[in-house]
Design a protein around this ligand. Structure first.
Ligand code: BGC
Ligand code: NOJ
Length: 811
């Protein structure tokens, strides 16, 4: 069942009923200022850091769900309603939400009054525009009241939600004309404030929540809108809000627009005050002046559209499959931008106070993003690498505002360092900017202890070699990619986090997955060394990779698939020999080892992927492990804590499905890769939205597996490495166009189902137009470049400004 439709020409998803199976959200902003907005106006915004600079309040896991947002109330002759449907839930004769790239437009009509709210963050600004367009569609004049509403968060979202003994007494505002300033804590250590403005004369305002809503009321039955009169309250402590009251009249057919601006301003310390106790508003006034008319809003929205048009033109496919086109051309890269910006911090499943920028996550997010804005990828790489420790290991996350690593979600995950090599390689392949390797980058943000980025990569590479276990396989540490495979934790105490609890510093538990990563990523490190003239180091690296490959085949092979790991006691994990009730096969090493090429020549790769098909594939995607762990195992940790079929215990973890897709292309089975692709790509799931439940335009982290009662139901949409990896799988391996070290690799492997397509790829300033006839999915290709047949699959990089025409026959 559908709850809307794609409008590809406008690059929008159009939701036609407020009653979607879950709030379907969008993101505003892509640089410094961000907002989340649901299809019914719920959500919040923040400056850079969802934890430390939260502008508006949002209560997670609320009842009803998704209460709280930027709301507009209309009171026409005593009939009070909200055009976003929530929070008043009054019946609307028309409802539509259009989620576009960086903007959302929600329209509701009642009693012949059409109210459209457009939300977006203009490029380069630290503010949200909320433009309200009101139209009288009836035949008699209308006179009504419009009330805006936002509830401020007292900046630190964690403190705001917990420390009431203090923060019920700190709230402060100023009101000047049509602008409400939120200045809590500005009197002391903060140099920033927020404001909410409207470009019209107000008939009243409110800044005190209790007065506006009523202590025992909710957002759905607020006092002021229902009474139709603002109370002109000035908050003192408790919960500051901002509400403008406007008198509006509309002749039949008449339309009026109001521009509301919710902004964030920072003042230099010396310029904080206009006079004692009164904030210096100069910067706010400049921002307001830039968005005081609807013409300015239209121009800014136009710029935003152009901006996206430019970004998306770097990779585009035209094929006969409209779902494929819309995933590759619009929604998948859009999600990649959002994950790049947010990492795992703020979504409707990530509270913004739990997690910041993940070391492994952000490196993987780069993969699907680097072709959009390579300069920002470069900056991110330096930020990430600056948190690395001198021994190559890493904090698991850092806070975006401070850019400093912290141990809040643990450390000692032994896969972390290798992802840095992958991220840097992807960046250099895209840009050719080898100069990044010479950048001086600190360890643990200590400027007195810095080395080149190349040296950081060496430490990453060596971290594996310095931490090998009894079988010559990498020690897993706290966990590897699978945060929940906690082989050294032995946690028996409820409430401890598996990621931060005491860890036995065992030197036995080994990960076949990290071994696969090492074999996959190691050759890139060797290549980098070669480019830097360090051929001895390149030779050494290749020898270590070869040794690791042998160790995998010798100790990591189980007969029909790759083992997952050895535990603390040296027992096998993910083996046919595992006892009843334990998993016998896990997905990660199957995908990753084959991606690395392990066992391709000798047959293990094919066997492993056949086992995936037989034991892990379901109608909704590939589950992580099978059978699921039935009981809690203290020696395995969190993986066995989940009920069967959810999350890392046999959920369909969409992040690692694309590893299997890529692996299938490595052994020349493009048809199967594409079959897996379609099972989880959201556009293909639109018709089963009532089962899938999350947004049909973005990936979710997890879909309940076959062992769960709710098989097929997704959770944790938006912020997941799934976005990047699926983009890599489809664009670089199935459609088969990716930058490599020495040129653009063109090697489609998708099969007959997509018999003909054209990819336009911009890379290093040149444009490549690649026309593909696909008669089979074995990965065999013949290329004709600008009329001349070439050997192999690498098209040398062309001069900036040039266009290269490539004809490709893929069989
Ligand atoms: C989840 C993982 C997640 C981890 C983060 C676990 O509970 O299952 O998916 O990566 O928490 O700390
Ligand atoms: C989500 C985490 O963000 C990611 O880093 C991890 O790899 C997966 N969960 C699997 O546990």
């Amino acid at each position: 069942m559908r709850f809307g439709h794609f409008d590809d020409a406008r690059r929008e998803y159009v939701i036609t009923t407020p009653k979607t199976p879950y709030p379907w959200i969008n993101y505003l902003g892509s640089e410094q200022f961000f907002g989340l907005v649901s299809h019914q106006g719920g959500g919040y915004c923040f400056y850079r850091d969802a934890r430390l600079r939260r502008l508006t309040r949002y209560r997670y896991n609320n009842v009803p769900t998704d209460s709280g947002g930027r709301y507009f109330y209309i009171n026409e002759g005593g009939d009070t309603w909200t055009p976003t449907f929530m929070p008043m839930k009054k019946e609307l004769s028309f409802f539509e939400c259009r989620h576009g790239l960086g903007y959302t437009q929600i329209t509701g009509t009642r009693n012949g009054l059409r109210a459209e709210v457009l939300y977006f963050v203009p490029i380069g600004q630290t503010a949200e525009v909320h433009q309200v367009t009101l139209k009288n569609e009836g035949s008699t004049p209308k006179r009504f009241k419009l009330f805006s509403f936002v509830e401020f968060c007292l900046w630190n979202a964690h403190d705001d939600a917990t420390n009431f003994q203090r923060n019920f007494s700190t709230g402060e505002v100023e009101v000047v004309g049509s602008t409400i300033y939120h200045k809590t804590e500005y009197r002391e250590r903060r140099d920033h404030f927020a404001f909410y403005h409207v470009n019209a004369q107000v008939s009243g305002f409110d800044t005190d929540r209790e007065s506006f809503i009523g202590l025992y009321n909710g957002f759905g039955d607020p006092d002021v809108p229902s009474a139709g009169e603002s109370k002109n309250t000035v908050a003192s402590g408790w919960s500051p809000i901002a509400s403008h009251g406007l008198d509006v009249t509309l002749a039949p057919g008449e339309e009026k627009k109001f521009v509301f601006l919710l902004g964030y301003v920072e003042n230099p310390r010396a310029e904080k005050w206009e006079k004692p106790g009164i904030i210096n508003k100069t910067r706010a006034e400049q921002l307001i002046a830039a968005f005081s008319s609807s013409e300015q809003v239209t121009a800014a929205l136009g710029k935003l559209r152009e901006h996206w048009e430019g970004l998306l033109s770097n990779y585009a496919v035209e094929s006969g499959d409209e779902k494929l086109n819309r995933m590759v051309n619009i929604w998948n890269p859009y999600q990649c931008m959002v994950t790049f910006n947010m990492s795992r911090s703020a979504s409707y499943f990530e509270s913004g106070i739990g997690r910041g920028m993940g070391f492994r996550d952000s490196n993987q997010d780069l993969l699907g993003f680097v072709h959009l804005v390579p300069e920002r990828a470069r900056e991110r790489i330096i930020d990430i690498a600056s948190t690395q420790f001198a021994d190559g290991s890493a904090y698991h996350q850092y806070q975006p505002l401070t850019k400093r690593g912290n141990n809040d979600v643990g450390s000692g995950f032994n896969d972390d360092p290798l992802w840095l090599i992958l991220g840097v390689s992807a960046y250099i392949k895209e840009t050719g900017d080898y100069g990044i390797l010479d950048e001086q980058v600190p360890f643990d943000n200590d400027p007195n202890n810095a080395a080149t980025l190349l040296e950081h990569l060496k430490r990453s590479f060596d971290h594996v070699g310095h931490n090998l276990g009894p079988h010559g396989l990498p020690l897993i540490g706290r966990a590897d990619w699978n945060d929940c495979l906690n082989l050294n934790c032995f946690s028996e105490t409820p409430d401890e986090s598996f990621q931060t609890t005491g860890n036995r510093t065992g030197r036995t538990a080994e990960s076949v997955f990290i071994a696969g990563m090492f074999v996959h990523i190691g050759p890139d490190y060797a290549k980098i060394c070669e480019y830097k003239g360090q051929s001895a180091e390149a030779t050494r690296a290749r020898a270590e990779v070869a040794k690791m490959e042998r160790a995998v085949l010798e100790h990591g092979w189980d007969g029909e698939w790759f083992l997952r790991a050895y535990d603390f006691f040296g027992n096998k994990i993910g083996s046919k020999d595992c006892p009843e009730g334990d998993s016998k096969i896990l997905i990660e090493p199957q995908g990753y080892c084959v991606m690395a090429g392990i066992g391709v020549a000798t047959g293990e790769a094919k066997l492993a992927l056949d086992s995936v098909k037989e034991r892990l594939d379901t109608r909704y995607g590939i589950v992580l492990n099978n059978p699921p762990y039935r009981d809690y195992h203290v020696e395995l940790g969190e993986i066995s804590s989940y009920p069967p079929g959810y999350k890392e215990n046999a959920g369909i973890f969409c992040h690692n499905n694309p590893w299997v897709m890529i692996a299938e292309t490595v052994i020349g089975r493009g048809e199967r890769a594409f079959e897996y692709y379609k099972k989880i790509a959201p556009a293909y799931l639109e018709d089963i939205s009532e089962i899938h439940r999350t947004e049909p335009y973005v990936y979710s982290q997890m879909i309940a597996g076959k062992d769960a009662p709710r098989h097929g139901e997704a959770k944790n949409s938006w912020l997941t490495g799934t976005g990047s990896w699926n983009f890599v799988a489809i664009s670089q391996y199935m459609l088969g166009v990716r930058p490599e070290w020495d040129g653009l690799c063109v090697k489609p492997c998708i099969g007959k189902e997509v018999p003909e397509f054209t990819v336009t790829r911009k890379c290093r300033g040149a444009t490549y137009r690649i026309h593909v006839k696909s008669t089979g999915g074995t990965g065999q290709v013949k290329l004709v470049v600008d009329g001349k047949p070439i050997e192999g699959v690498i098209v040398p990089f062309a001069k900036p400004g040039s266009t290269v025409h490539i004809e490709c026959e893929a069989s």
